[in-house]
Design a protein around this ligand. Structure first.
Ligand code: DX5
Ligand code: ZN
Length: 225
């Protein structure tokens, strides 16, 4: 990948003010977000509990941006149809709870969504090596999933670099996304390591001006080491 390759910023609505979710979505779109990241948590795969199809549907009505849905749930296949119907653009499932990745990724494409796999910080990158042809997105978790506002795990940089090499080896067009602890400084290193798509929650919503922050995050990704 070289300079000029498109960088995507995918703000996570997990850090939004839910009392005014519609306004927050409009603000993110106006601020230049490329995608919106929607964190679905079931209180079982991860300790936290968030939301489901109803919120995806609500967000869908307020924006035409692609909805990047991250499923931190057991048995994610139970939700593919509902979430696709609610307006999800991509569905990303966790390798740790997806013993039939080949079948599950095929099914995500069948329901009309981009098929993604997320890997926890302790999961070997090779977990997706044999399904690369079915993969539209690879998500490297740079925190242990469950909560916004956690600290970036630095070992993730080497994992991003290895993931990029693995995708390049088969000329995969898959998006390489990173999620967790992304801010003005960590985004630069992730970009240099080979990521092209960046989830950010706390960095955007805790900023004095969230719209400016989206632009600032994107501007960090202009130079390669
Ligand atoms: C964490 C979620 C993330 C989270 C990122 O489990 O998957 O998408 O919202 O939040 P920040 O950017 O605050 O680390
Ligand atoms: Zn996420």
């Amino acid at each position: 990948m070289s300079e000029g390759v498109s960088v995507k910023i995918s703000p996570s609505i997990l850090s939004a003010d839910f009392a005014k979710l519609g306004d927050e979505v409009a603000m993110l779109e106006d601020g230049g977000a490329d995608w919106l990241h929607i964190d679905v948590m079931d209180g079982r795969f991860v300790p936290n509990l968030t939301f489901g199809a109803k919120v995806i549907e609500t967000v869908r009505k307020r924006t035409s941006l692609p909805l990047d849905v991250h499923l931190m749930v057991l048995e994610p296949e139970r939700y593919f149809d509902d979430f696709a119907n609610a307006g999800a653009s991509g569905l990303t499932i966790h390798a740790e709870v997806s013993p039939h990745l080949d079948r599950q990724l095929t099914r995500i494409r069948e329901v009309g969504c981009a098929a993604g796999v997320a890997l926890n910080p302790s999961t070997p990158i090779t977990a997706v090596e044999d399904v690369l042809d079915k993969l539209d997105l690879l998500l490297i978790m740079s925190v242990n999933p469950g909560f916004g506002g956690q600290q970036f795990i630095r070992r993730s940089l080497d994992r991003i670099a290895r993931a990029r090499r693995m995708l390049e080896a088969v000329r995969s067009p898959a998006v390489l996304e990173v999620d967790g602890g992304i801010n003005r400084s960590t985004i630069v290193e992730c970009w240099q390591a080979g990521a092209d798509t960046f989830v950010a929650g706390n960095a955007i919503f805790a900023a004095a001006n969230p719209k400016d922050e989206i632009r600032t995050l994107r501007e960090q990704c202009t130079h390669r080491a």
